[in-house]
Write a new protein. Structure first.
Length: 483
């Protein structure tokens, strides 16, 4: 294809206006500056003309004789120059001066500015496209090399893309499954169809546990997040599913369940094996104390009493160990509970003990409704009130209180007992910790350990505020965010 012929232009005047016009015209792709006329050979613009290799003359009349010129632009400000050239010209040159020259300058300047803006826009567009391509490539790599299963489907549930994580976990190649119905991977294909109700309602499905089938027929437990794919107009064009392989987690959960069952069987077996001889020892000791009292001296009766108390304590210890083991093995039954009923039940349990010692158990005026394991929370109060009664001399006064916090429920059980030295505050929740060796005070050293275990299951904490001879206040919290 023949290139377009460039139009030749001559400029009269190399002052500031001529220099500016020269710069603009020389950059125009369709124009060629073929000469510059300037009487003053010291004009600053001539240096630029020389650098550009453009012919220079001091006689503008020469341009009138050049028939190769298409346009002569007079920027001297002297209109008579243009008039003389108009009379002398030999060819068809167009002559511009004055306002016409300024208009030409503006037109060329605007053209140049638009070209620069266009180039700047194209450069920015190229940068944006480069960034978009880099982002696209990055996201494609993330999807392709993700350890999780990532599958996209069409609106007809046909597999469109199948990443390497899916190939590795499910054992299929993408070539095998592209275009196939995704339901062939599901153990229960109908389950996937049911998910679309939630997908239409909420726009996505998150953390849905289900099962897929691998190429070698293994069950793959997954946690699925599913959402619609849409085009630029917002029209649904398919789905994208991201599935985390939780098979190992499921296996460990089953193993833990089996271990808990085995442990529970072991604990009950051991407790039975321990309880049987204990019952025999206790039974025979009661028989001796009943029928053979007259055959035993004071020392023998003392030993017999020690045997009975020891077996009773051993039985309590086994019962408490069983209770502690059940906390870890049995599933929590969380539910909304009105603690007013729970606290009244605690009051009923200790009513006779309190009456016998002329004591009292005060309850809060207002009790909350909380989300908890009702039976275990009652066990917390039972153990703390029982603990308070053990260490109260004279007339026990026990108070249960409640304070609502932002993210938790806070309770306290306060008594007027013998108190606990601060050095032992951190020890009392550890198993088998008895701070008093007085055998008249019952206890196995497990009760507060059970309390702490239950509170841990409710995402709470427990602490004590106490000094010797000033009673003790046990504080504990239950999280509001268990659900």
């Amino acid at each position: 294809m023949q290139s377009k012929k460039r139009r030749k232009v001559a400029i009269i005047g190399a002052g500031r206006g001529g220099t500016a016009l020269l710069r603009l015209l020389s950059e125009h792709p369709d124009l060629e500056v073929a000469g510059v006329a300037e009487i003053d050979q010291n004009s600053p613009g001539l240096e630029l003309v020389r650098q550009m290799g453009i012919p220079i003359t001091s006689d503008y009349h020469e341009f009138a004789c050049r028939e190769d010129l298409d346009l002569i632009v007079n920027v001297t400000g002297d209109p008579s120059i243009g008039e003389r050239i108009e009379k002398e010209k030999k060819g068809r040159q167009e002559i511009l001066g004055g306002a016409s020259a300024r208009l030409l300058w503006e037109l060329v300047y605007n053209f140049k500015r638009r070209e620069e803006e266009k180039e700047e826009f194209l450069a920015k567009l190229a940068t944006i496209n480069q960034d978009l391509n880099a982002t696209k490539e990055y996201l494609e790599n993330v999807l392709e090399y993700s350890a999780d299963i990532i599958i996209t489907t069409s609106v007809d549930s046909e597999i469109v893309s199948f990443n390497r994580g899916a190939e590795r976990i499910l054992g299929y190649s993408r070539e095998e499954l592209t275009g196939k119905k995704v339901e062939i991977l599901w153990r229960d294909p109908e389950e996937r169809k049911k998910l679309f109700g939630q997908l239409d309602r909420d726009g996505f499905v998150a953390n849905f546990e289900t099962e897929l089938i691998s190429r070698d027929k293994r069950t793959i437990h997954i946690m699925l997040t599913l959402s619609y794919l849409r085009n630029q107009e917002g029209k649904i064009i398919g789905t994208v599913g991201v599935s985390k392989d939780i098979s190992e987690k499921k296996r460990m959960e089953m193993e833990l369940l089996r271990s808990n069952r085995d442990l529970e069987d072991f604990v009950y077996t051991i407790s039975h094996d321990l309880q049987s001889p204990l019952r025999a020892i206790y039974g025979f000791s009661k028989l001796l104390s009943g029928k053979y009292t007259d055959k035993l001296d004071e020392t023998g009766l003392h030993y017999l009493s020690r045997i009975q108390k020891g077996t009773e304590r051993m039985k309590r210890l086994i019962d408490d160990l069983l209770a502690l083991s059940r906390i870890n093995m049995q599933k929590n039954q969380f539910e909304k509970t009105d603690l007013k009923d729970t606290l009244h039940a605690v009051q009923d349990i200790f009513q006779l003990d309190l009456a016998a010692r002329n004591g009292e158990l005060l309850l809060p005026e207002k009790s909350p409704v909380i989300f908890c394991d009702t039976t275990r929370v009652q066990q917390i109060f039972n153990n703390l009130v029982s603990n308070a009664l053990k260490f109260c001399r004279g007339n026990p006064r026990i108070e249960i209180g409640y304070t609502e916090r932002k993210d938790e429920h806070e309770f306290y059980v306060k008594d007027n007992g013998i108190g606990i030295h601060p050095d032992y505050h951190h020890k009392i929740f550890k198993i088998f910790q008895r701070l008093h060796n007085d055998e008249s005070i019952e206890g196995t050293g497990i009760g507060l350990t059970i309390v702490k275990k239950i509170i841990d299951l409710h995402r709470g904490k427990i602490w004590v505020d106490s000094y010797p001879d000033k009673g003790a206040t046990f504080y504990f919290t239950i999280s509001k965010n268990i659900e």
